[in-house]
Design a protein around this ligand. Structure first.
Ligand code: GDG
Length: 467
């Protein structure tokens, strides 16, 4: 799919995302190399990307550094440079201190600042120009996520020949919240540069359509919005996981052995509860720890009987609200262990660390109850990964109604994370459910995730885009 025009490689399939799907690592002998990075977006798209032999355009993660295009892991990567100031204003600022909280039900207060907006617009412009340079005639370009919402229209202005798709990985908020954004019109017009705008849930698509009507006075017929002489489709494509890969990984003996070992290291408790999240205020980590602490306090469960393992992967550590959250969570962990622990048996095992995929898979296999309680979440891949790892049909999933995954995983123990009593009730129900009930629930959830895996997600999006 690659063409060479004037010495420059141009791709007929192009992914555009804030980050390239790789992280730089320094090996033992001091040489730098690249490693495929963890995280929702990469986990989802890398397999599709490799099969399509396209190119991926994004920032490589080091500020103030220009890099030539390179290849890694069978992917053609085109680095887009960002200065340290842009990382602060465009990425940590407008993306993660303005859009992220605004799009997640304002669970933290968004920062509205013209300086951040100017940086966001300038960086989006750079991405659009880089994409215009890298795309072959009539290429398909798939732009990812909230950091790049202006790119579709900027790119269309430069290259009207392209097929442009956009997918939003996080929720698209209700009009009443989106309305707060001083640059609401610009964002809507930016997205409307795409031929297809994809959302995680049908509610996101209808919020967007409603805003286009109200703010821009556009007409629509169901999913189709009429923009001048073009039509733009707004539709839901719930993202998923690589079910087959996880399912076969956990059938390997060493993963099973590691899962057994984890349970032994935890002191062979009756119930192992698990949380795996980026340390983010949208994930409801505090809420679930509070519920667990109360179950210990009112002696519904005892310390040796149930152990909670919380993995909180470091995230956005330079954004102020994330630093405050870390302090808050670590205070709570200390309180619970201090109050309810017995010598050698802390009821809570908390880790502010990253793990490799195999260790994560072993943890999923070791956990009787997976606790996923976001206050708002586009999809939540952790919930689907847990389901994909449980071919033994054991294990219970406690899942927030406010995660996109709740639309599909209806046989989870669904909770409203704001309701502590309800959360406690469902955690106990999950711990006490019979094997028969657990297998009935798990079988139905597995059927869903096995059918709607990440291939199907990308396939359906691209088919709709190319139609
Ligand atoms: C955004 C949206 C949407 C976590 N810790 C480690 C690790 N992970 C992996 C998980 C999972 C991914 O990161 C997290 O994905 P989520 O979907 O749970 O959450 P976000 O990062 O917020 O992702 C979300 C997603 O985009 C995709 O559209 O579902 O709603 O917010 O895959 O396994 N992976 C490794 N080590 C860790 O320590 N290797």
């Amino acid at each position: 799919s690659q063409g060479n025009e004037g010495g420059r490689v141009r791709s007929s399939f192009l992914i555009v995302a804030n980050r390239l799907p790789v992280d730089r690592t320094i090996t033992a002998d001091g040489t730098a190399s690249w490693r495929r990075s963890p995280g929702g977006l990469v986990t989802a798209i890398a397999p599709v990307m490799q099969r399509r032999d396209g190119a991926w355009l994004g920032w490589h993660g080091a500020p103030d550094e220009e890099l030539k295009p390179f290849e890694h892991d069978g992917m053609n990567l085109i680095p887009v440079p960002l200065s340290a100031g842009e990382v602060e204003l465009y990425y940590e600022g407008f993306s993660n201190a303005t859009l992220w909280p605004l799009y997640h039900d304002v669970v933290a207060t968004p920062v509205f600042s013209r300086v951040l907006w100017d940086a966001y617009r300038a960086v989006n412009e750079r991405f659009a120009r880089a994409a215009a340079d890298a795309a072959a005639e009539n290429a398909v370009v798939w732009i990812q996520d909230y950091q790049l919402q202006l790119v579709p229209s900027m790119l269309r202005a430069l290259r009207p020949d392209l097929r442009i798709g956009f997918f939003l990985h996080i929720p698209f908020p209700p009009a009443e919240l989106f309305w707060q954004l001083p640059w609401r019109r610009e964002i809507l017009e930016g997205l409307l540069g795409a031929d297809l705008v994809g959302f995680q849930r049908p509610g996101g698509a209808s919020n967007f359509i409603r805003l286009c009507r109200r703010q821009l006075g556009l007409q629509n017929q169901r999913q189709e919005i009429f923009v001048g002489d073009r039509t733009v489709r707004a539709e839901a494509f719930p993202i998923s996981v690589d079910f087959g890969e996880l399912d076969s990984l956990v059938r390997e003996p060493h993963i099973l052995a590691r899962a057994k070992e984890i349970r032994a290291e935890l002191g062979e408790p009756e119930h192992v509860l698990l949380g795996v999240d980026r340390l983010d205020y949208t994930k409801g980590i505090g809420q679930r720890l509070k519920a667990f602490g109360e179950l210990l306090a009112d002696k519904t469960i005892s310390p040796g009987e149930a152990v909670f393992v919380q993995i909180a992967t470091p995230s956005r550590e330079r954004v102020e609200s994330y630093r405050a959250l870390r302090d808050e969570i670590e205070l709570r962990v200390g309180r619970i262990n201090g109050q309810h622990g017995v010598l050698g048996v802390p009821p809570l095992n908390y880790f502010h660390q990253s793990y490799d995929r195999e260790e994560l898979a072993a943890l999923y296999c070791a956990a009787d109850v997976m606790v996923v309680t976001p206050l708002r979440d586009g999809m939540n891949l952790v919930a689907k990964e847990y389901v994909a790892c449980r071919h033994d049909l054991r294990g219970a999933l406690v899942l927030s109604e406010f995660a996109g995954a709740a639309d599909e995983l209806k046989h989870a123990f669904l909770v409203n994370p704001y309701d502590v009593e309800g959360l406690k009730r469902q955690m106990v129900a999950a711990m006490r459910a019979t094997p028969h009930e657990l297998s009935r629930r798990m079988r139905s959830m597995r059927r869903r995730v096995a059918t709607y895996d990440v291939d199907r997600w990308a396939g359906e999006f691209l088919a709709a885009l190319e139609r």
